[in-house]
Write a protein that binds this ligand. Structure first.
Ligand code: WT7
Length: 647
């Protein structure tokens, strides 16, 4: 049986950056990218120290990298503060009174906070934290809606050297409890509630529920956001505005070691409890600063909007740290993309004049399903650059994004990275890289990405294998919090001294990386390994289909059979005829090997709030109908009930 990962989708359309974009971009041609990339791989320390020097160091490092695989230390001996770099650094020039955050709440109110104001709030809140007894190295859980105070809380922790661990506001009490226990957190910063689809998410009540089972947390600071009723526990709970009342605005940034822990962020693995990914300061700042600068080619007059939640790594690196390090203006939106309807994002772009828009393929597919009339009714001409992150973007969604949202003129940066990598690893540079719909294209400077086979040999063009990074990079995870062994086993055991990302991928003859999907989602059909993402992409390329999720089910003859769960576009009838059409369509797009054995129609697919389809649940439904195991990250439990009924 072959162990090769096969990849059958081909894409011939090439979209080059427009002359206009290239002209003013930092990197303006493929040749320039290649030259810098080559130098950066020959001497990564040289490239990264040049980038790091653009930040403010309280004390310069004595050594760029100390590498004892799999443990890296970057900018050894250096002292640096994240909040000082995001804020104070911009106060001595024209950025002082520039908007740092433009915020829109779901109900519609807006706030603009300048760099000087944000600095003041962060200093005050940092002092408030100190007044509550929170010290350097203490772990602080942040469980908040998408409000500016979430960023203020993160930056205030960073200012005093406390380690933040943001827990996504859509997670349940059980998830909070797990993270409190694993990180040993002594404080939680939360809010009474947050708005989502017109309803209040009871954040404080969830915290109370979690803390019934833990004695670790001594302080809970509660922001008043929705004015919903909450219970305050005497001695433990304090309102944000009360804690701020007597706090001084003077808070010099703590002098922190370059390797001082900045945050822990939990991410799920294929097995076991979530992993606490630990990021440290100097290297992480260098990586997010540099990638934001080159990949979004961000400028002082941009209005940059990343639609992620601060509860995910995208929110950490590309709402808070990367953009603020660059002195950019960030838009932040509290609520759901479909509130009051699916035109909300287009309305926000038009009203605020957003120039850079960074979102996820799952959102794009939802917008396609909702209909072209929604973006068409809005003026999106302020946009100059689009981004995609989180999963492979299927070519149909790519083209729609390019034409309907970008008006055919905006480059799209399809950015591949992970919670673990801290910053973008593979992506086009918008003024330089010719793109093909569906590929994240080429590695960023200093990133030695490659595709290896089982034996550690680099794969030939178009041969599928495992995506790895062969050299350490500054924003890499340092460990799994409290579990070095799992860190080693998960990422470093396949090949000596080489990071394994857990994704299957191939490179085409131009060197572009095509991500096939997570290796644990890879199917084995008659000895051929197939990426579920490819079959899904083929299904979604059919005009009737809005979204698809593909899983394997045991099959006596083929090892695994292919089961596809699909949702159809508005107004499309589904039935036996469409099943035949779709099976033939996949057969035509990829080959008979990928033809789904079973196609099931669903109204919706089970997803996490970050938009990842929970294939594990679909597999369980295929295997027997009952869903066991952890469903705490599922956004809408009713989806499962309806899928089971349709069985
Ligand atoms: C996994 C990481 C990176 C922030 C959001 C997700 C998949 C991510 C892409 C992309 C194809 C992608 C990979 C990766 N992924 N971006 N542009 N093209 N796949 O972070 O939850 O840590 O997930 O998301 O499978 O390993 P995460």
């Amino acid at each position: 049986m072959t162990k090769k990962i096969e990849s059958h989708l081909t894409e011939d359309r090439v979209i080059k950056p427009t002359k206009e974009f290239s002209k003013s971009a930092r990197i303006s041609s493929l040749a320039q990218y290649k030259k810098i990339y080559k130098e950066s791989i020959q001497s990564p320390s040289k490239f990264w120290s040049k980038e790091a020097k653009e930040l403010h160091w309280q004390k310069k490092w004595s050594k760029v990298l100390q590498w004892t695989p799999p443990f890296a230390k970057w900018f050894v001996g250096g002292k640096i503060n994240a909040s000082e770099n995001c804020l104070d650094r911009h106060l001595n020039g024209p950025r002082k009174n520039k908007a740092a955050i433009i915020w829109e709440g779901e109900p519609g109110e807006t706030r603009t906070i300048t760099y000087a104001q944000l600095h003041r709030e962060v200093c005050k809140f940092a002092n408030a934290l100190k007044n509550q007894g929170i010290k350097k190295r203490d772990r602080v859980i942040i469980y908040m809606p998408m409000v500016p105070e979430a960023a203020i809380a993160m930056l205030a922790c960073a200012r005093i050297g406390a380690v933040h661990s943001v827990v996504f506001g859509g997670f349940s009490a059980t998830s909070i409890l797990d993270r409190v226990e694993d990180s040993g957190a002594s404080a939680i910063i939360t809010a009474d509630g947050g708005w989502r689809r017109g309803k209040v998410v009871p954040l404080k009540a969830n915290v109370d529920e979690a803390l019934k089972k833990s004695k670790l947390v001594k302080k809970v600071i509660v922001l008043e956001r929705c004015k919903n009723e909450v219970k305050m526990k005497r001695g433990r709970d304090i309102w944000w505005h009360k804690a701020m009342e007597n706090a001084s605005t003077d808070c010099p940034p703590a002098q922190l070691d370059s390797e001082h822990p900045l945050y822990i962020l939990y991410t799920s693995g294929s097995t076991g409890k979530p992993k606490g990914i630990l990021h440290t300061t100097g290297g992480y700042l260098t990586g997010t600063y540099s990638t934001t600068k080159y990949i979004f080619d961000i400028r002082d007059d941009d209005i940059y909007w990343c639609t992620a939640d601060v509860g995910w790594v995208t929110g950490h690196s590309y709402i808070v740290y990367g953009p603020l390090l660059n002195g950019a203006t960030c838009l932040m939106y509290e609520g759901a993309p479909n509130f009051p309807d699916f035109a909300r994002f287009w309305d926000i772009i038009e009203r605020h004049g957003v120039t850079i828009f960074y979102t996820a393929p799952t959102a794009i597919r939802a917008f396609i399903k909702a209909g072209d009339h929604l973006p068409e009714a809005h003026d999106l001409s302020s946009l100059r650059l689009l981004g995609s992150v989180g999963e492979p973007i299927n070519p149909e969604a790519w083209m729609w994004y390019h034409e309907k949202i970008g008006g055919g003129k905006c480059p799209i940066v399809d950015t591949w990275w992970q919670t673990e990598t801290g910053a973008i690893m593979i992506s086009p540079l918008p003024g330089a890289t010719p793109t093909k719909p569906g590929t994240a294209t080429l590695p960023f400077f200093g990133i030695d990405a490659a595709i290896l086979d089982e034996t550690g040999k680099e794969c030939k063009a178009n041969e599928g294998g495992r995506l790895v990074i062969r050299k350490p990079w500054p924003s890499m995870l340092r460990t799994i919090y409290g579990d070095k062994r799992r860190f080693k086993k998960t990422y470093w055991d396949d090949y000596e001294g080489i990071y394994t990302a857990g994704d299957g991928a191939r490179r085409d003859s131009d060197g572009n990386f095509w991500i096939v999907g997570r290796l644990d989602d890879v199917l084995n059909v008659s000895g051929h390994r197939l990426g579920t993402a490819e079959v899904e992409s083929a299904l979604v390329s059919h005009p009737s289909i809005a979204e698809a999720a593909v899983v394997g089910r045991p099959d006596e003859i083929k090892g695994q059979g292919v089961v596809a769960f699909v949702t159809v576009k508005e107004g499309i009838k589904h039935g036996a005829k469409l099943v035949t059409t779709l099976r033939n369509h996949v057969s035509k797009e990829i080959g008979p090997i990928a033809k789904p054995d079973d196609i099931r129609f669903a109204n919706a697919l089970p997803k996490t709030r970050s938009g990842k389809i929970m294939r594990r649940l679909l597999k369980e439904i295929c295997a027997g109908g009952e869903v066991s195991g952890d469903t705490t990250t599922l956004e809408d439990f009713q989806v499962i009930a309806s899928l089971q009924k349709s069985n």
